[in-house]
Design a binder for this molecule. Sequence first.
Ligand SMILES: O=C(CO)COP(=O)(O)O
Length: 260
Amino acid sequence: MALRRPMIAGNWKMNGSGTLANELFRKFTSKLKNDSAEVVLCPPTIYLESVRQQLESTKDSLNGSLVRMGAQNVSQHDFGAYTGEVSAKMLKEAGCNYVIVGHSERRRMYGETSDIVADKFAAAQKNGLTPILCVGESGPAREARRTFEVIAEELDIVIEKNGTMAFDNAIIAYEPLWAVGTGKSATPEQAQEVHAFIRKRLSEVSPFIGENVRILYGGSVTPSNAADLFAQPDVDGGLIGGASLNSTEFLSLCRIAMSA
Ligand SMILES: O=C(CO)COP(=O)(O)O
């Protein structure tokens, strides 16, 4: 039986502020006395330092709660003339443990191909970061019954370039595009079906990886639908957008993951 610690990761996207970081940590230090789930904050790059300072100054009062920091994007390159980009080494130095790669907003709006995503995944790992790899199908792809095909394609390129064993140090997030920011979450059954598919695909090469990799669900997760989603056997927590910007809702999601 695998022991997969649930995770709640908050992807602030291009939102939030230093004040939000203060507010979250105020709540964490008074109410988050539990390490049965891992909590990850992914603020915009400019607020990483505020979050890092909060992590540093509250570590004694967090009573062993596992709160960590991640970035929302990373360059696939190590250094050089790439205006506006941030390397994995820089993110590591800034205090990140995680980085989101392949979010659908980056694939769709910034032309990130699965090849580029696979390179970002590699750059993250090479520099000591754990990638959170996002995969997910569009609404039309689901309607055309191409969900598994799309997920397999997005996953396989990363596996081909990095090897299945690379998932020993990676998180996967299933984020169907039709559920991201729409208020229309996948049903627990829909999420479970895709999570089980992802786990099986990795298990074909390594049963160990398949069994142990954490797979998060993302897309309109709120305190009212989280318990049913997180109760699914292959759902190991959530990647949260909108609800991560509200400290009360986010704390309540952390609590749900802790009792899942
Ligand atoms: O994209 C997401 C997290 O990465 C999900 O966003 P929402 O929770 O706002 O739907």
